[in-house]
Write a protein that binds this ligand. Structure first.
Ligand SMILES: Nc1nc2c(c(=O)[nH]1)N[C@H]1C(S)=C(S)[C@@H](COP(=O)(O)O)O[C@H]1N2
Ligand SMILES: [Mo]
Length: 363
């Protein structure tokens, strides 16, 4: 079997960006993303963890006592299984260049740095309370077991990011299973956080420690990266937590491009919105002059994605500028332009697709 320089099989339906893998679909997109098609974003190499000797350490001045948990101990608490999306903060970064004319450095993701899985685990709040969470605790620093991240000769330490206590106690899971299987190594075996609706970096993989504190601590992953930098951004408005509302077109009829003039076809896609659900998807086939309401298809749960469809009978042959935009249940609607920022985070603009309508083939 052919393998790339990171030891992964090639020809595996992913777009390879160095250590990162982007999901690509060439047809209808299933509601649940299979584990072997789920995007991968690794700062270094996946940690190699022996699950039998692995222990999760809960530490810090925000808990009554330091505690450790084996995988079997975590699994002895009442577990939950939740369908949740996981999306990289840089999802759609390539579009800052292709659609807005300001290419931004970093992994040039299209819209394939998101997936939805059924995650099984124990609520983070259950474990924090079991460890004697104090009322005065303000945050949890989740620390990964992958190798310290070194960039430009600077060692930034282990991948870690603080989570405010309110979110930690709300709907965060310490997950050990993904779509009914143990977490694959690339996705954080044996356990990771799942922080629904928030920037992907919050969902720390290969979880090693939860440092609970009564004062706010920072890490480079919420000061240097995963924060808006550039013109118009300041300390007051640049912190990142919830993901924006977003939508995409997946198929036109049976293919990704091309329909037949005069014949009815169907446009299909998905929409998602961080912690929210979707209230509306609109589609334009004339570059945004006229909009049509699409029909939402299937489950429409918060922190997940929903399908949409719209029948379409092209009125002419040639290139069409198809645009999709969604509105979420909190009233956020995708803008025409995503707010620019140096690192190309949170691309949220309505996406334009070129759809070529060919003449009907002769008999
Ligand atoms: N320990 C650790 N956790 C991590 C990362 C990492 O490199 N190391 N990457 C983060 C980022 S940026 C994202 S988008 C998600 C990706 O999760 P996935 O690879 O399972 O799709 O994991 C997050 N958790
Ligand atoms: Mo990410």
């Amino acid at each position: 079997m052919l393998r790339d320089r990171h030891g992964r099989p090639v020809g595996d339906h992913f777009v390879h960006h160095g250590t990162d893998l982007e999901t690509v679909w060439d047809g209808p997109v299933p509601h649940l993303t299979p584990n072997d098609r789920f995007f991968v974003r690794n700062h270094t190499a996946p940690a190699v963890v022996d699950a039998t000797s692995w222990r999760l350490l809960v530490s810090g001045d925000g808990v009554g006592r330091e505690a450790t948990y084996s995988l079997a101990e975590l699994q002895s608490f009442t577990s939950q299984t939740q369908e949740r999306a996981l999306e990289c903060t840089g999802n759609g970064r390539r579009l800052f260049g292709t659609q807005q004319g300001h290419a931004r450095p970093g992994t040039q993701w299209g819209l394939g740095a998101i997936g939805v899985a059924r995650w099984t685990g124990v609520p983070l709040g259950t474990i924090l309370r079991h460890a004697g969470l104090l009322d005065s605790a303000v945050q949890v620093m989740a620390v990964g077991l992958d190798e310290p991240y070194v960039e430009g000769g600077v060692n930034h330490g282990r991948v870690r990011r603080p989570l405010p206590i309110a979110k930690a106690l709300d709907d965060v899971l310490i997950a050990w299973a993904m779509n009914g299987e143990p977490l694959p190594r690339d996705h954080g075996y044996p356990a990771r956080l799942i922080v629904p609706g928030w920037v992907g970096i919050a969902s720390i993989k290969w979880l090693g420690e939860l440092r609970v504190t009564t004062t706010a601590e920072t890490s480079p992953w919420n000061t240097k990266w995963y924060r808006m930098h550039g013109v118009g951004w300041s300390d007051a408005n640049s912190a990142l937590d919830r993901m924006p509302v977003m939508s995409c077109l997946d198929t036109v009829g049976d293919s990704q491009a091309g329909a037949i003039s005069g014949q009815r076809t169907v446009l299909q896609g998905r929409a998602w919105a961080g912690e929210a659900a979707i209230s509306r998807v609109e589609v334009s086939t004339d570059g945004g002059r006229h909009w049509h309401d699409a029909t939402l298809v299937g489950a429409n749960d918060p922190s997940c994605w929903v399908g949409w469809t719209l029948p379409w009978t092209p009125g002419r042959v040639g290139r069409h500028d198809v645009v999709v935009r969604a509105t979420d249940t909190t009233g956020r609607r995708q803008p025409q332009r995503a707010p620019d920022n140096d690192d190309g985070y949170l691309f949220s603009a309505a996406v334009h697709y070129q759809v070529d309508v060919a003449c009907q083939a002769a008999g």
